[in-house]
Design a protein around this ligand. Sequence first.
Ligand SMILES: Cc1ncc(C[n+]2csc(CCOP(=O)(O)OP(=O)(O)O)c2C)c(N)n1
Length: 660
Amino acid sequence: MQFHRKGFTDNELVSIYKSILLPRMIEEKMLVLLRQGKISKWFSGIGQEAIAVGATMAMQQDEWIMPLHRNLGVFTSRKMPLSKLFMQWQGNKEGYSKGRERSFHFGSKEHHICGMISHLGPQMAIADGVALAYKLRDDQKASLAFTGDGGTSEGDFHEALNIAAVWDLPVIFIIENNGYGLSTPTSEQYRCKNLVDKAVGYGIEGVQIDGNNILAVYDTIKGVRDYCIKNQKPYLIECMTFRMRGHEEASGVKYVPPELFEQWGKRDPVKNYEDYLIAENVLTATQVENIKAETKSYIETELKIGSQAGPMEVSTEEELNDVYAPVGQQTTDNGQRTMREGQRFIDGIKEALHQSLVKHPNLIIMGQDIAEYGGAFKITEGFVEEFGKARIRNTPICESAVVGAALGLSLEGYKAIMEMQFADFATVGFNQIINNLAKIYYRWGQNADVVIRMPTGGGVGAGPFHSQSNEAWFVHTPGLKVVYPSTPDDAKGLLIAAINDPNPVLYFEHKALYRSVSGPVPEEYYEVEIGKARLVTSGDDISIITYGAGVHWAMDYAKNHTDISIHILDLRTLLPLDYDAIKEAVAATGKVLLLHEDTLIGGIGGEIAAWIAENCFDKLDAPVLRCASLDTAIPFNIELEKNFMAYSRLDEYVTRLMTY
Ligand SMILES: Cc1ncc(C[n+]2csc(CCOP(=O)(O)OP(=O)(O)O)c2C)c(N)n1
């Protein structure tokens, strides 16, 4: 292995040696502890340390790195206290995730390390968002994301590189090509000759290097970092290496030809570098032994501290409290309301966005066709002229990467709104929403200050993929908030509240209401509290608990059936639910109908019905009924769609309840 010392001083070379030795020796210790059952599942990086260590040393301490499961060297090179790392690996409360996450699936804001989710690829787009923040602030910084060769087959790899290229973001993407994705060899993973060849396809630069040569890695990434910052461009680096142990310690290596271990064993990144330093007279053999003894003693001492962690004290209250970041006080509202009449639902949304863009200079909106075109529903029309392309960002068609980028912006203190062109397309950003946005705060205390606008619902003959009601998917996910206004003033106030909330909020806006519903909307900047339902009308006969278009169905029904006294509750927020208001609605009539446009099975109506049965049984005079849409996809033909909709069965259900 050829080492080129370039301008490194002897001291620097020794410091690099200590940095690559540490993760190797920690791992050797870990393997012993693993056999003793003292730590959890372990993904070994033995043989690959030069990449994580070299890359981390080449970056500035305050530049975000998105490591993966084999990157112990990132954590050690950022000088995280080893005792606390041990506590993390043992699942102790004193670790970095209060015992909630395993091995390397955690982050630390203080160390600018973003914790991975198991799905691998989603890390890469978060680096895009961080780099976007750097770029917008002209910070002269770059972010760095890792992937394995296996991870390059994920759509997230493609999306992240593409968006970084299109937006000219200073991101370094590192592929650790270690020959296998679990047991799958690269020959069954991709067909191009080299993975770095993919850079050309994205219109970016790339280089393939020897990933086992710490000086080559360090020096290359230092140079690439300068390039990315100076040229404001991303860069792809393929580091050739080999995984010297199994995918994880329990899985074995039977599928790897033994000669590969022999071949790559000779290219061991630690041993080769050590030999080089001795041959160059930078270190003597005795000094090397001394460094190893010091490292060993450091590891033992830290392990001893780490072993003193107390037993887990479980507090359900703390667990539940840590699902959401605390919401700060909203102070700008003096309570004054100047009503403007005749405002459409869409006007409420637009005004909330506009006022929020003025109020929060760090608010970025991203979405397909939202800039010059003004968005599929023209809600952001005129914004690009007023706020500029940097803040009103057209995106390529890559929902997953845009949600990831939104999270990356949040890591750097920005607020992000993403407009899903249609709520239906959330499926292709689902992983980022469900596993990254929703869980990150609980996992390692990092909030996701992101709002996703979800133009939702049917009634417009748009067929199965432009009409769905998919709110229930998200209501089932702790860590998200789900709001769903039905009036123009709530549309405005709830969107402002969602933007101010430091947690990820899914904001459902029913497309059929955009231009069909109008009403008074205050001119002021104000919030409608998330988690509070609204009493639409009081009544004595039956209570309809609903939201979104259902509110208007219920109101229409009541208008046409003045002989029935209907109590109507508009939930406004689906997660968290306003249980007090639900209880009052049950108590008001004793007969409850849950009404929603979403399909029946697994819809939120079932959840609320169960809650009522558990908590309000004594107030009921009839079984709780659910009126929901048919359990089919949403058909295109307008007659079929009408039949699909819950509204077509509303009279039947009200009658059933009235005659019970
Ligand atoms: C989306 C997803 N699919 C499958 C897995 C299971 N899995 C975990 S790691 C891994 C192999 C990853 O290979 P590679 O990206 O080359 O990284 P390496 O483990 O070699 O470092 C697989 C299949 C996963 N974690 N996420």
